[in-house]
Each structure stands twice: as C-alpha cells, then as structure tokens.
Ligand binder design. Structure first.
Ligand code: BDP
Length: 701
C-alpha cells in the first residue's frame, strides 16, 4: 500500500452491497472500435472486476437483467435507438440512467463523444467506490469549464520547480522510444476527474522544448494522452525565435518573427494534430516578453494566437507579472498592466490569473482582475503543489481555500457576481463578441514518487482540483468525503473524522504561518519555514519586511485609499468593505490595513494578543489532527497510516517552529508580553534566524 493507486483503488465491496451492485452489472455492452472506447471498456472491466470480484460478461446486446450499456449514438446502435436527450450535454458531458431496455433492467451511460462516455464510466465506478445506490439512477452532467488543465513546472533535466514529489515524471531522455507505463496511469487518473489538458514544461520555459528532437518526444506523450481525452500543451519561451531560430529579434510585430512562429505551429500540428496550444509567462521575473520590444502583452499573445489559430490552438497568457522597477505595491501590478488591454486579445487567448494578487499565499483575497476584464476569458490558476503551504509533509487540504475564492463575490455585475461565474464565463457571456473559452489551470504536485504527490493527503488536492475544474460550484467537503471513501475507506467511523481534519487543515496552516492576512513571510528563495525577518537583496518586494511592515506602533500593509489604494481595484461594494478596518473580514485585516498592536479585534483581544492566539490555535489544531489520526490506525493499512502519522509529526514540529519564530520576531516590535497562559518560544530569535536550508527541495533554477 504505497499510494500508487491513488483514488482509483477498486478494493472489494463488502458482501451485502456487492450483491446489489452485481445484480445491476451482470453484463457489459460497450463498443471497442476506437482507442477511447477500448479504454472506457477496460476501465469498467478492471474496476468492476476489482470491486465486485468478477468482471461483467461482455456482450453485443443486452439479453438479460443487469446490463450496463455504454456509448454514444454513433458508437452504439443500442444507445441510438433509446432516443435519449443528449442535447445540452456538449462534447464532454454524459448521462447515467437506470432504464428498461428490451424488457431488461439496464444501466445506460450515454454521451455525445467517446470521451464523454469514458467520463461516465469513471463516474459509475465512483458511485460504487463511494457506495452509492445505483438502482434508480438519473443523472446528467457536463463540465462547466472548457479547459481543465494541469501546469507542470517541470524542467527538461527533470528538476521540478516547486516540486516536492521527486523528479519530473517526464523522462525526456528516454522519450520517445521508452513510454513509461506511468504516463498511462497519469492519463487514467486525470481522465477520471475530467482533466483534459496538460502543459508539460515549466512556465520558466526552455526554448529547447520547441526543437524537432523534443517535439518528437512531445508527440509520443500526446499519443499516450489522446485516448484519455487529454491534449498536450507547451510553455513557450517568448524569445525562442532568437534562441533556437537564429533571428535577431523576437518582436511580435516583426514579420520574420511572425513567420517563425507560424512555421513552428505548422511543424507542431503536423506531428500532433490535436495539440492544445501555448502557455506563456512573459515579462515576469526575468522571463522575456513583448515589452522587451516595446510591445504590449496583447501584442505578444495575439501574435502567438495567430500562429496556432489555423489549427484550432489556443494561448494561455499569464497575468502573473510585475515590473522591473520597484512597485509602490506589487499587489496592484497585474491589474494595472492588463485591464487597459481588455478587449484587445484574440478570441483564442485566455488570460491566466492566479487566485490572488501576490503569489499563492496561504490565504489571499481574490485577485482584483476577476470581474475587471469582462471582454476577456480569465482562466483561474490554482497551485496544487504547496509551495507556500508546508510542501508535501504538511497535511493541508486546499479544497476550502479554492472554494473560498470561487465563491467570493466580485460585485462586478452586482451581488452574486462570483469568481466562479467569471471563470466559467457565465457572468460575462453577454459581452458583445466575447470568446466562449473558459479554463482553469492547476500547478501540478505530481512527481516520480511512488505516491505521485509526495504524500498521501496531497493526492486529495490533485483530485479536488480536477473536480472543481469540472464544476467550480462543488462543495469542498463533499469532494473531501468522496476522495476519502475512494482512497481509504467507506466506514463512517473513519470518513467523518478524516474529512473533519481535512476541512480544518487549511485554516490551521494559515493560523500557524500567516494569520490575520499576513503574507509572504517564508524563507527566501526556497520558501521553506518562517523568515519574517528577510530584508535587503535585489528587490524590496522579494522580502518579508516589505509585506508585513511591522513597526513599534503596529503591523500590516496599508492598501486602503490612503495607503497604496489597492482596494480601489475591486468593485466599489467590495472596495468599501476591504477599505474599512471594522468591516474587512478579519482573515484579511493585515492584508489591507496597518493596525496598532493594541487595537481591539472582534474577539475583544488586542491585535497582538489575537496574533499570538491564532499562532497557537494553528499549532493546537495540528496536535488534534495527530491525535485523530493516531486513533484511526485500525481503519488504514499500516504502511499508509504510518507515513501520514510521521508526516503529521513533522507538521506539528514545523507549526511550532512557525509560531515560535514569528512570535519571537514580532515581539521585538510590539514590545508586549505574551498573553496569560501562552508559552514562550522554545528558542531565541537569533537561533531561528541562524537556520539555513540551502538544499530545500523545489527551488527555482
Ligand atoms: C512563484 C514561484 C516561482 C514561479 C512563479 C510563477 O515561486 O517559482 O516561477 O511563481 O508563477 O510562486 O511564475
């Protein structure tokens, strides 16, 4: 039990329930003419074989009770004859219904495409894996978001930037001739949660990926992904025409540059007809971009968009930018640079926006770009890998954090203008000429480790990302329960406490790392552990002191109207709330306000006391998680139980470290004693400052 099977475990169902399921799944009627059809059929045979002890008999037509009929009107005459209402399901949706077919009880999984049917097959298996009744099924679903994409920050030498699960799973050196079976497992896992795209290489891109030798490798991977409905994309380095094309410029308005990209796109599509397109990080953190040539982000994106448009490709242009000059407030940069270009992007461009304006912090208010570019599809970028949330050893379930952002109200078109509606395109669907694209990207936490994600519980974040990309209105708790049941056990004595742990885990991490809206206080470069004292170096906004602004009087970044005025990037009803220290959600207090140490907060405590209280509360929660998990040993195989237990011990140690180092440091500003009953930090501030981690994993290079 090393976790390699992810949530695709098909351990035998307990005998009572298994009998009911078996009676409904006696026979399988499913086409096998295409690769995707074969995959769907094999998944069902394999999954049901595991769950029910024996695979259903394969048949050309239903001739007894308990048939499972899968397919599309085109692939299955049986389905065509049923006259089902498949309109509105789109290319990827499906329905699952309990029907009577030729006088026999049957379960029908029908879709408009083979991939839709494959998704339906995985859904049916999930119903069994989570022990749902299947005798009166009537469900239909289709994805609310069109592009559901993983972003691998994987370098060609297999180093994964911000990766905590070993090396890159892409074994570039042995490709294209050796296709590691893991690629297929990867595709299965992603298809099972509806992911339909993967960007193979790091946004800090190496132009080499666009050379013929590498494109052959990409082609091989695309071949593995294709039957699973997954398109392959590449991160494009904007200066590639100079680096591998021998041109003197990469100016997007230069005819030779445009020709080069068009030819490159033609070359790629000749090998990979369903290639997805390009992801671009431009003019950000030293990456080249159109601004190097006096052009705008729209100029750059459109040039690439024109190159891939004839082939049906798209461009995902990232909004994670901040200028080379010292900003007055980095949180404002993306909005300042992008909003003026709303309406200028081609129809096949999406602007990809991180959930918050700084950088995947433990908690951020939603990015002000959401709702502010109605003419442009904005793609959500979530980070599944936990760069700022304890790497792979901290148990932090990200579902609640993503749910919080997706449900946040931008008020862009009045109350109810949630971020989810911006992302799925429904809020701005009426904008004249607006592109119909929509998308969500997740920075993958996948690596070469046997358990894929570096820890058992980080698999839940991959899973939750896929489920939310399919439907951003899903409930994080429901997703957690689903995942626990599929991954570990259906016993409520296990499911309930573990879901409880997961749901509390994000707030706990925020509390022990960056409570009350604090942010960016981690170790320089590698981002491991607390370092609120970081100052100096190349730029102010790469330091901690820039973000917390602690003084003898108080702490916090003043982003109010009289401060940096970042609040004014939000719609007025939101701006007013964020601007007002009495109304701003306390979780964002110090994100938007600089407050005095002795100011009172809603608990009645002083700010200082509340800060200490929250740090301690975070540590206490981890302690409780540990105790809960220790009590569940009987429900889990010893191998997985042991690893989770040891990781929780690491988390507790590090939570304590975060609390103690932060309190010791901030106390030098507040000058106040710890509240009654609060333990002093275990070590001196000097000790914490002296710690160094030159080889911490995942650093950028
Ligand atoms: C930051 C990471 C850095 C990434 C960058 C990005 O620290 O490694 O390259 O974001 O998203 O979170 O481009």
């Amino acid at each position: 039990e090393d976790g390699h099977d992810l949530w695709l475990r098909h351990a035998p169902v307990e005998s009572g329930a298994a009998g009911d399921y078996r009676a409904r799944l006696v026979q399988l009627v499913a086409p096998e003419a295409t690769a995707t059809q074969r995959v769907a059929r094999d998944e069902l045979l394999r999954g049901l074989g595991g769950l029910l002890g024996a695979s259903p008999a394969v048949s050309n037509a239903p001739d007894r009770d308990g048939a499972l009929i899968l397919g599309t009107p085109a692939s299955s005459p049986r389905i065509a004859k049923l006259g089902l209402d498949l309109d509105g399901l789109g290319a990827e949706g499906y329905l699952i219904r309990s029907l009577s077919v030729d006088g026999h009880t049957a379960t029908v999984v029908a879709a408009n495409s083979d991939v839709g049917a494959l998704y339906g097959a995985f859904h049916l298996l999930r119903l069994l894996q989570t022990r749902q009744p299947i005798d009166a099924l009537d469900l239909r679903t289709s994805p609310k978001v069109a592009l559901r994409v993983l972003n691998h920050w994987d370098n060609l030498d297999r180093h994964v930037e911000r990766g905590y699960a070993g090396q890159s799973i892409w074994d570039w050196h042995r490709l294209p001739d050796w296709l590691d079976p893991r690629y297929t497992d990867y595709a299965r896992a992603n298809a099972s949660i509806g992911i339909n795209g993967t960007v193979l290489n790091n946004v800090n891109a190496n132009a080499q990926i666009l050379t013929p030798a590498y494109l052959e490798k990409v082609e091989a991977l695309a071949g593995v992904m294709r039957p699973y409905g997954i398109r392959v994309y590449l991160s494009a380095r904007f200066s590639a025409p100079m680096e591998i094309g021998g041109l003197k410029t990469a100016d997007p308005k230069d005819a030779a540059v445009q020709r080069w990209w068009r030819a490159k796109a033609d070359e790629i599509y000749a090998k990979i007809p369903d290639f997805g397109g390009f992801l671009v990080k431009a003019n950000s953190e030293g990456q080249p971009g159109p601004q190097d040539f006096g052009r705008s982000h729209a100029d750059g994106a459109n040039m690439l968009a024109d190159a891939v448009a004839p082939h049906g490709g798209i461009v995902m242009w990232r909004a994670f930018v901040y200028s080379d000059e010292e900003p007055d407030d980095r949180a404002k940069q993306a909005y300042t640079e992008f909003v003026p270009h709303d309406g200028e992007f081609r129809d096949n461009v999406l602007v990809q926006v991180k959930n918050g304006a700084i950088d995947f912090q433990p908690r951020e208010p939603f990015h002000p770009l959401f709702g502010a570019m109605p003419k442009t599809p904005l793609m959500m970028e979530f980070q599944i890998t936990k760069e700022y949330l304890g790497f792979a050893t901290h148990l932090v379930y990200l579902g609640p954090m993503w749910e919080e952002v997706l449900r946040a109200d931008t008020y862009a078109k009045g109350e109810g203008s949630t971020v989810a509606k911006v992302v799925d395109g429904s809020l701005e669907a009426d904008e004249p000429g607006r592109s119909r694209l929509s998308g969500m990207a997740g920075v993958a936490n996948i690596g070469s480790d046997r358990d894929w994600s570096g820890s058992h519980f980080d698999q839940a974040n991959w899973y939750a990302y896929g489920r939310l990309a399919w439907d951003p209105y899903l409930d994080a708790r429901d997703i957690a329960a689903e995942w626990v049941r599929m991954t570990f056990s259906n016993d409520p004595a296990f499911v309930d406490p573990v879901v409880g742990m997961m749901m509390a885990s994000h707030q706990a991490a925020v509390d022990y790392m960056t409570p009350l809206g604090l942010h960016h206080l981690m170790g320089r470069g590698h981002h491991y552990g607390p370092a609120p004292w970081v100052e100096g170096g190349p730029r102010a906004d790469w330091t901690s002191v820039y973000f917390h602004r602690a003084t003898k009087e108080g702490i916090g970044f003043d982003r109010t109207k009289t401060g940096s005025d970042a609040v004014s990037q939000y719609a007025p009803p939101v701006a007013e709330v964020f601007n007002d220290p009495a109304r701003v959600p306390e979780d964002f207090l110090l994100w938007f306000h600089h407050r005095g140490w002795t100011d009172r907060v809603s608990s009645g405590r002083t700010l200082w006391d509340e800060l200490v209280h929250r740090y301690s509360r975070g540590v206490a929660e981890v302690q409780e998680m540990r105790a809960t998990w220790d009590g569940l040993a009987d429900h889990v195989d010893p191998e997985r139980h042991h690893q989770v237990a040891r990781f929780l011990a690491i988390q507790q140690k590090e939570a304590q470290w975060w609390r103690d180092a932060s309190i010791a440091y901030f106390q030098t500003f507040s000058g106040l004693p710890l509240p009654e009953g609060e333990a002093a930090p275990l070590h001196s501030l000097d000790y914490y400052k002296s710690l160094e981690f030159p080889n911490a994993p995942g650093d950028g290079r």
